[in-house]
Design a protein around this ligand. Structure first.
Ligand code: GRF
Length: 205
């Protein structure tokens, strides 16, 4: 009934998941120096490092990563700032139980530097998305989104902070729905089987 969380860095989404009281099987990082790992250790969570630099290919890394994940027998694998592109074989192995959080309103702005690109595009609304992972980067059925305004005078940091606060709301919600078996896949879309469930949050803060 638990979650393996994959991180590469800061780990603020990891922290939000832990603080929401969700059952965490393990925190796994490809970066030994990830701040999120230190946090996880301090919380007495199981941790592991699978350094991508130690493997000759993506396939070899993903095999090692999967072996480490499977050791903890998680129900769900949650990518939380995990900065590696995963092979189709890895994605297939965890199909239907692999979630990601992305800092944009997908399908707008897949990939990196989402906040700078949103500012550059002049969009008036931005946000974050939790979605199931499919082999195509930052695609896959959307579970929940949070929208925030882009304000005149915003710089990248201000906008990132506004979005991040919402990430910390929607990721725990998505994971809880998953663990409670509330997520229903219908024709490539995800519905929540729970009265009053809101798959879109607006934050005007
Ligand atoms: C978040 O913005 C997340 O959406 C993106 O990477 C960032 C990770 O931040 N995928 P943190 O490590 O959770 O603080």
């Amino acid at each position: 009934m638990s979650v393996a969380i994959l991180i590469s860095g800061r780990g603020s989404n990891l922290r939000a998941l832990v603080e929401a009281g969700l059952p965490i099987a393990a925190v796994i990082s490809n970066q030994a120096s990830a701040a999120g790992l230190a946090y996880a250790r301090a919380r007495q969570l199981s941790t592991a490092v699978v350094a991508h630099t130690a493997y000759p290919s993506r396939d070899a890394f993903d095999d090692a990563l999967a072996a480490e994940i499977d050791r903890f027998r998680p129900r769900l694998v949650a990518l939380a700032g995990f900065m590696r592109i995963l092979t189709p074989a890895f994605v297939r192995r965890y199909e239907g139980r692999l979630l990601n959080i992305h800092p944009s309103l997908l399908p707008a702005f897949p990939g990196l530097h989402t906040h700078a690109r949103a500012l550059g595009a002049g969009v008036k609304v931005h946000g974050a998305t939790v979605h199931f992972v499919t082999p195509e980067l930052d695609h896959g059925p959307i579970v929940i989104q949070a929208a925030v305004p882009v304000r005149p005078g915003d710089d990248e940091d201000a906008l990132a902070a506004r979005v991040l606060a919402q990430e910390h709301r929607i990721y725990p919600q998505a994971v809880r729905w998953f663990l409670d078996d509330r997520l229903v896949h219908e024709a490539g879309r995800v519905r929540v089987a729970e009265p009053g469930a809101r798959q879109l949050l607006f934050a005007d803060a």
